[in-house]
Design a protein around this ligand. Structure first.
Ligand SMILES: [Fe+2]
Ligand SMILES: [Fe+2]
Length: 180
């Protein structure tokens, strides 16, 4: 929550970038947790770290995917220069599909394993799933930042930025800066 409070929903594109940095940190944290579990087993630190990662993906990343799928992606396609609009539209279809695949790795493997670690019931964490999640996200975020965010930063109107930011605030039940 502190990220939103520091930046504010009136700066939605910076918030999107900020969430990407936090995501990269959480992926690195999952890698460190693998090593920690190997060396120290499921101790109090491992349980706390697992809980931290679960909350991040269940709350912040779930909302982030919604922000992109319900508002950001379509708005970028809408303002994209006509000469590359079809490329951007195609990219957005791929990115939506990747959200599904990322969600499947999280839901089917990482969430149940991390929840069991958090609750001290197991110390199993699948390295392949952690690697896959990290690799998929690195590539996914890179394309969002290289292909979509520059268009949004250059071409979104003040109204579009406000609509995006207000939607983000609403999905988190948080106030929009300056009131309604
Ligand atoms: Fe995304
Ligand atoms: Fe993203």
């Amino acid at each position: 929550m502190c990220s939103q409070e520091l930046l504010g929903f009136d700066r939605p594109l910076e918030l999107i970038r900020h969430t990407h940095r936090r995501l990269e940190q959480r992926c690195a944290l999952m890698q460190r947790l693998l090593g920690h579990l190997n060396e120290r087993g499921c101790d109090a630190d491992a349980r706390a770290t697992a809980g931290h990662i679960v909350r991040f993906f269940e709350e912040e990343m779930a909302r982030h995917h919604e922000d992109e799928e319900l508002a950001f992606y379509d708005a970028v396609v809408e303002v994209a220069p006509s000469k590359n609009r079809s490329t951007i539209a195609k990219l957005v279809v791929e990115l939506r599909d990747e959200h599904e695949r990322l969600q499947a790795v999280w839901r089917d493997v990482l969430r149940p394993q991390l929840t069991a670690i958090m609750e001290g019931r197991s110390q199993a964490l699948n390295r392949e799933a952690v690697d896959r999640c990290q690799l998929l996200y690195v590539d996914h975020v890179e394309r969002e930042e290289q292909m979509l965010l520059p268009i949004a930063e250059k071409r979104f109107t003040r109204e579009q930025l406000e609509r995006l930011g207000r939607g983000m605030a609403e999905r988190r039940n948080e106030p929009y800066p300056g009131g309604a």
